[in-house]
Design a protein. Structure first.
Length: 63
């Protein structure tokens, strides 16, 4: 990623490089945000299943 930004800095103008940098940051942020929300959603589902479990042993667990 760094070499790509250096290449655009030397062979293009500075604003284009900053546009590429912003695009990369937004893309990575969306990807990371989706992974975090997926993990949080998975934890919520697991907690619901544990709380609604018919077994007493599993009802005493708190995740």
């Amino acid at each position: 990623m760094g070499l790509f930004l250096l290449f655009t800095l030397f062979f293009s103008n500075f604003s284009l490089m900053m546009d590429y940098y912003a695009l990369i940051r937004i893309t990575l942020g969306l990807k990371i945000g989706k992974e975090i929300s997926y993990e949080y959603h998975f934890k919520q589902l697991f907690q619901k299943n544990v709380r609604n479990s018919p077994y007493l042993l599993f009802n005493n667990l708190r995740v």
